[in-house]
Write a protein that binds this ligand. Structure first.
Ligand code: GNR
Ligand code: NI
Length: 178
């Protein structure tokens, strides 16, 4: 088990499109365990591999009060979505900012579990929001992308002040020298 470092917006690595997993092997199971440990430590109710700079289609969620109902999804696909709900969202990659976002109220997601077996989960309410938020991460998308440009810009500037290197290229690359 290991705690992993979570990337912060506007780090451009958060914009990476994650690749499908072809075999759910021990390395993927280890990744799932590390994601869960990192999520519970934060604490958060979900975490996608993209956020820890691993660009594979793996995510975990647990919206239960007692943090005893973990779900892991490998290669998740939202097959069906209906209705709308609006909730305040936060993100471990956008620390300290919470804004309302509109999402589907009910979804059906198909994925592989930690044994590599396919399963289907129907979700609504907060669990549905969390799964949609995590699936977005695997496509390089963040909840701030749903906000107005003005709000997003304000959040970006505040986070850049906290860690001025995030989202920037290394100085050498920027200068175009070896
Ligand atoms: O911990 C988290 N809380 C949360 C609250 C509302 C909507 C989505 C989330 S997910 C977030 C953890 C996270 O950043 N997952 O990617
Ligand atoms: Ni997030």
């Amino acid at each position: 088990m290991a705690l992993l470092r979570v990337l912060h917006y506007p780090d451009s690595r958060l914009r990476t499109q994650a690749k499908p997993v072809d075999v759910v092997d021990d390395d993927i199971r280890q990744l799932i365990d590390d994601l869960l440990e990192t999520m519970y430590d934060a604490p958060g109710i979900g975490l996608a591999a993209t956020q820890v700079n691993v660009h594979k289609r793996v995510l975990v969620v647990d919206v239960s009060e007692n943090h005893d109902q973990p779900h892991a999804f490998v290669n998740p696909v939202i097959e069906f979505a209906e209705g709308t709900q609006e909730r305040e969202e936060g993100c471990l990659s956008v620390p300290g900012f919470y804004e309302p976002v509109e999402r589907a109220e009910r979804i059906r997601v198909v994925a592989l579990d930690r044994q590599g077996n396919p399963f289907t989960l129907q979700a609504e309410g907060l669990l549905a929001v969390c799964i949609q938020h995590e699936c977005d991460h695997l496509d390089g998308k963040l909840f701030v992308d749903y906000l107005s440009g003005l709000k997003r810009q304000r959040i970006k500037k505040k986070l850049q002040k906290r860690s001025p290197d995030s989202g920037r290229r290394p100085a050498v690359a920027r200068a175009g020298r070896g």
